[in-house]
Ligand binder design. Structure first.
Ligand code: AMP
Ligand code: ZN
Length: 458
């Protein structure tokens, strides 16, 4: 049996085969880092984290998830807050990774930042110009959509219809309404880089094309993201990347998650109906949020409500309840395998609701069993299933005591470091040492340097 995945390009579920035997490359469009991620933004991170876990069972996976750290929204946030762009992006990169870690999202193999790949973007744009797929106009470089005969094939749009139906006001420098920006000029107060077209900054789409190629090669196996990225972002990425390589495939499988909504309305910053992961994790163990996100099939809509969370909590209580009090050694846990039925559900286009049903079947079997050895075997299998799905990562007793996921937050760490600094300033060294001990006890080590105190989790 092979893994099956729904490919947006072919419009159906297909058997997955990597380009190179045994190896898979995967790229997920990551966040634009100018504020905290909401739980809708976390959906692609969590569902495709699950996919990486499934792929790694069979293949050597290289998984890249980028940070978009140059963007007009970041510029606007810098102006609004009086902070530098670097301060904003650094802060929210760290916050994003902390929030995702709390949801059990494993760190990607590569986390490229757009601003570290400007040279690659410029080279790619130069090649597109050379090959007649782009043109320069008024300090901008634009992709010439009409030059790509495949344009529209990912999002199933007919270019002629698009042109006929275009109501957008066309910028005077564009040849056609749907031509999109590869490079645009920057004013002195905006971030910019020298380029053959003057000081400027890249368009959003070219960033992902350049980062994917640099780290994963010109043709990648899987490209993933939220449904709203199909058009224009992914359509444009595909156009740039395949045109630069004379029509070679860019991504062999395109995967898109459905929207998370609240009261049937898509969760989005522009609507203003967002629940930040940063806030939710103060109230709920990360596993509850993770399971809630996995409770619907990833391509289906997911309506988020109190009931979604209550139901995820009930489910986890049942799973933790089954393994509670059963002694499973680390060795037995490491040696156990997730049940084949659960793996098969996940290998069938990531059917997480079916996988959960298999998980509960296992819990029922364990609850019914009267034999101690059998109970231990089943509990070890449950842990293995949990390790695969990113669940059951807490001690059952701690889970029921309510202090699972009790990791100290970055905010609290910073506050304690500030408290220690004050204590030192007041020459109250005992108080300063007490804070250091408190941090050590929470698994955080600190180091004093010329630029202040830095910290890291043990
Ligand atoms: P953004 O930072 O807005 O570019 O979004 C980051 C990721 O979250 C992208 O893959 C989006 O497609 C995805 N996304 C944004 N809003 C939602 C939502 N309400 N439900 C599911 N995915 C979303
Ligand atoms: Zn992207």
């Amino acid at each position: 049996m092979t893994i099956k995945l729904h490919d947006t390009h072919r419009g159906r579920k297909v058997a997955f085969e990597p380009l190179v035997d045994g190896k898979v490359t995967m790229y997920l469009c990551g966040p634009t880092v100018y504020n905290y991620a909401h739980i809708g933004n976390a959906r692609p991170a969590v569902v495709f984290d699950l996919l990486t876990r499934i792929l790694r069972r069979r293949y050597e996976l290289t998984f890249a998830r980028n940070f978009t750290d140059v963007d007009d929204k970041i510029n606007a946030a810098a102006i609004e807050t009086g902070k530098t762009i670097g301060e904003i992006t650094e802060r929210f990169k760290i916050a994003y990774n902390e929030d995702m870690a709390a949801l059990g999202v494993l760190a990607p193999d590569i986390e490229p930042c757009a601003t570290d790949h400007i040279a690659e973007m410029i080279t790619m744009i130069e090649k597109l110009l050379e090959k007649g797929h782009a043109y320069e106009a008024d300090g901008h470089v634009l992709f010439d959509v009409a030059s790509d005969k495949n344009y529209g094939s990912l999002s199933k749009r007919d270019l002629r219809e698009m042109i006929a139906g275009a109501r957008v006001e066309v910028a005077p420098y564009k040849k056609a309404a749907h031509d999109f920006v590869l490079w645009k000029p920057s004013t002195p107060e905006l971030p910019g880089w020298d380029s053959p077209w003057g000081r400027g900054r890249p368009g959003w789409h070219i960033e992902c094309s350049a980062m994917a190629e640099k780290h994963l090669g010109k043709t990648i196996d899987i490209h993933a993201g939220g449904q709203d990225l199909v058009f224009p972002h992914h359509e444009n990425e595909m156009a740039q990347s395949s045109c630069v390589h004379d029509g070679d495939a860019f991504a062999r499988f395109w995967l898109h998650n459905g929207f998370l909504s609240m009261k049937q309305e898509k969760m989005s910053k522009s609507v203003g109906n967002v629940l930040l992961v940063h806030d939710l994790i103060k109230e709920f163990p990360g596993e509850i949020l993770r399971l809630a996100l996995l409770s619907a099939h990833y391509r289906q809509p997911l309506d988020w409500s109190d009931e979604t969370l209550k139901s995820a909590r009930r489910m986890l209580d049942r799973l933790y309840g089954a393994i509670r009090g059963i002694d499973v050694s680390d060795e037995a846990r490491a040696a156990a395998e997730a049940p084949q039925s659960l793996v098969a559900a996940l290998e069938d286009d990531l059917n997480s609701p079916k996988a959960m049903a298999e998980f509960f079947a296992l819990a029922r079997e364990l609850n019914k069993s009267g034999d101690e050895t059998e109970k231990q075997r089943l509990a070890a299998t449950m842990y293995a299933a949990g390790d695969l799905m990113g669940l059951l990562q807490s001690d059952p007793e701690e889970w029921f005591a309510g202090d699972a996921d009790g990791q100290i937050s970055a905010e609290d760490i910073e506050a304690l470091i500030e408290k220690r600094k004050q204590a030192k300033a007041n020459r109250d060294f005992a108080a300063a040492d007490a804070v250091r001990d408190e941090l050590e006890a929470a698994g955080v080590s600190i180091a004093d340097g010329r630029d202040g105190t830095t910290w890291r989790r043990a």
